[in-house]
Design a protein around this ligand. Structure first.
Ligand code: BES
Ligand code: ZN
Length: 642
């Protein structure tokens, strides 16, 4: 996946490294080792586990942790503010006198411990982590109550005016908490290793409806007060809320979709196969643990393709192609119900355990529902993305980050959101499958998901578990796979599986033939899947003349396609080759769509060329109000100094 463009990555990494090397919680460091693990016997686990230390939280869960959240929130669209009360059940160890929570840009009005007002301390802001909230407690303390409100700086929140929605009549709000933005809308212990259950009561304007990553309403009520319950313990990055003029339409018995009224039937059509995917997933890796699986189609500002909020995937409308062609994204977010939400990466350094497993599982679901051909094409897209990303990262000086195990010390976890976690992770798992055989690997994965359910794993624990339960039983497999090279070394190992695909070969053949002079009109492109168009576009020379661009666009109507994957890739070419005839479409796309994966490469091309920098700036100014913080901060870093 081209999650991040190259230029952006370098700028971001160096910037974060430069400005933040002094940051990061010096006080906490004295109680922990400098490596990112401390060895400790965990009596509840079978293994003598190394407990990972999450460098992206102020919480010290070994001393005091939250176990349940009861949240009362009022949603104020006029002031773009959430205000309310978060009450936590807590567990405090003996001789411990403080519980630490993460906050960022929150106004803390009052803190009570078991009903008594407490003298809390809110530390100065750390650029990466926000503000540490220290609350005095004793080992007897049971409840902490925090009265607070959010600010305009809340990076998780995007407040949309009516004109930024499909219906144009009502405002809209959504949250994006992963990786460490939950703390900007709820004071919490914001670490993937700390799980808690939650209940919530959210008050919204009467004409709107609220949904969360929890048991959800299916209808609007007259009071504007909605209650929620999440009975399974989840980490804070999976807290999610969305408020708008929403409708619900069921798909299967356990599945359904939420969207604005004008989008609901299109959405229900597009995701018709959700139920089949859920059945396929359960058949592969065991029972779905979360009750219902619904999906909400958000306004186009949503900065990601999808977000695996439990029970309710948040999704971009850019996957509504009208022909159900882009639904592998649903398979991906659904797969996270196992890899990620059930078995969670212990720290953001182990992010590949969430995403690599999910891309593998997504591929298996798609194979189950759409066949082998389809899964092969997806695997080849992964390969291309991986190859491009590794090359780009090396060129940009961030080659160290091409290891699966990351070192995000004093950095933003967003730095780890690259193709490496997704596609290198996927290929390691594919290699294991190929080496030990699918049958054995599936048994292993089932066991893994069962044993680690509602727990976390880190890379080291996974390696130990893999060796003990799988590789040691298949002679020679450890040597053949050499997982440590994949995990701790940079680049692409030479034993990466080769994927064969007829459909891929056909697309490459067509591109070759066009390069050799066959007119576009004579190419054989009948019945191509959208992935073949992506292969075709990737195989074209980077530099094309206006005549060549025009020939391709006239013949294949790329600028007008309703498939945003194809359009996104085409617009990169439009920007690179300054193909002005498609500038109106380019502008429209950049202004309307806030999905970072599409924006970064297009802006990257515009900014890479002196001539088009002014255009990039002008479009960005117009588009900025439509972008979530996640996207606008990325684009702004690309534009810095230009
Ligand atoms: N969990 C991720 C999105 C994410 C990652 C948000 C890191 C914040 C920090 C989600 O599951 C994801 O991977 N989305 C992809 C979908 C794709 C791989 C099918 C996306 O948004 O492009
Ligand atoms: Zn994912």
């Amino acid at each position: 996946m081209q999650h991040f463009s190259l230029q952006l990555k370098t700028i971001l990494s160096s910037l974060v490294l430069f400005s933040l090397f002094t940051a990061c919680n010096p006080e906490k460091k004295t109680t922990e080792t400098n490596t990112d693990v401390i060895t400790e016997t965990d009596s509840t686990a079978q293994m003598n586990t190394k407990k990972p230390v999450d460098i992206h939280t102020f919480a010290i869960p070994e001393e005091a942790k939250i176990t349940h959240l009861d949240l009362k929130l009022n949603v104020d669209f006029e002031n773009k503010m959430l205000s309310g009360v978060a009450t936590y059940d807590i567990e405090v160890q003996n001789n411990i006198d403080k519980i630490y929570l993460d906050t960022r840009s929150l106004t803390i009005e009052k803190v009570e411990v078991d009903g008594q007002k407490a003298e809390f301390e809110l530390a100065n802001e750390d650029q990466n982590l926000g503000q540490k909230l220290a609350i005095p407690v004793t080992s007897q303390s049971q409840k902490v109550t925090i009265t607070y409100q959010t600010s305009s700086e809340a990076e998780a929140l995007q407040w949309l005016s009516p004109s930024q929605t499909a219906g144009k009549k009502s405002p809209f709000l959504f949250t994006q908490s992963q990786a460490i933005l939950a703390r900007t809308w709820v004071p919490t212990q914001d670490s993937p290793g700390i799980r808690f259950t939650y209940t919530a009561e959210v008050t919204v304007p009467k004409e709107l409806m609220a949904v969360m990553s929890a048991e959800n309403p299916q209808q609007k009520n007259d009071s504007g007060v909605y209650t929620f319950k999440m009975e399974q313990p989840i980490p804070a990055y999976l807290l999610a809320l969305s408020v708008g003029d929403l409708r619900f339409q069921p798909i299967g018995e356990r599945t359904g979709v939420y969207a604005e009224p004008s989008m609901i039937s299109k959405s229900a059509y597009e995701f018709e196969e959700m139920d089949k995917m859920l059945d396929a997933a359960e058949k592969l890796y065991g029972e779905y643990a979360w009750g219902r699986y619904d999906l909400i189609v958000l306004p186009p500002s949503f900065p990601f393709g999808g977000m695996e909020n439990p029970r309710l995937t948040f999704a971009t409308p850019t996957i509504l192609a009208g022909d159900r062609s882009l639904t592998s994204l649903v398979a991906h977010e659904l797969a996270h119900s196992w890899s990620g939400n059930l078995v969670t990466n212990a720290t953001w350094n182990d992010f590949w355990l969430n995403e690599g497993f999910t891309v593998y599982f997504e591929n298996r679901i798609m194979e189950e529902v759409y066949g082998k051909d389809y899964a092969e094409m997806l695997a080849l897209i992964s390969y291309q993305d991986l190859k491009n990303e590794v090359e780009a990262m090396k060129k940009a000086g961030s080659g160290e980050d091409t290891r699966l195990k990351l070192d995000l010390t004093d950095r933003n976890p967003d730095d780890g959101v690259t193709s490496i976690a997704y596609d290198k992770g996927f290929y390691l798992l594919k290699l294991i499958e190929n080496t030990v055989g699918r049958e054995k690997f599936d048994i292993f994965l089932n066991q893994y998901f069962t044993e680690f359910a509602f727990k976390t794993t880190n890379t080291e624990d996974f390696l130990t578990y893999l060796d003990k339960n799988l590789l040691s039983k298949v002679e020679g497999s450890m040597q053949k796979i050499n997982p440590k090279e994949w995990i701790y070394e940079t680049g692409i190992p030479s034993n990466i599986p080769k994927i064969e695909s007829e459909r891929y070969d056909k697309a490459i053949a067509a591109a070759t033939s066009w390069k050799e002079g066959t007119p576009a009109a004579q190419l054989e492109t009948k019945d191509w899947a959208y992935q073949q168009w992506l292969f075709f576009l990737s195989a074209l020379p980077e530099d094309l003349t206006s005549q060549q661009m025009e020939e391709l666009d006239k013949q294949f109507e790329f600028s007008e396609t309703g498939n945003n994957e194809i359009l996104g890739k085409w617009l990169v070419k439009v920007a690179h080759n300054q193909y002005e005839k498609s500038y109106p479409q380019l502008r429209k796309f950049l202004v309307n769509v806030g999905r970072r994966k599409f924006l970064s490469p297009i802006y990257g091309e515009l900014i890479a060329n002196e001539k088009t920098i002014p255009l990039a700036k002008e479009i960005y100014e117009e588009a900025k109000p439509n972008y979530h913080f996640v996207s606008s901060s990325s684009i702004e870093k690309m534009l810095e100094g230009k």
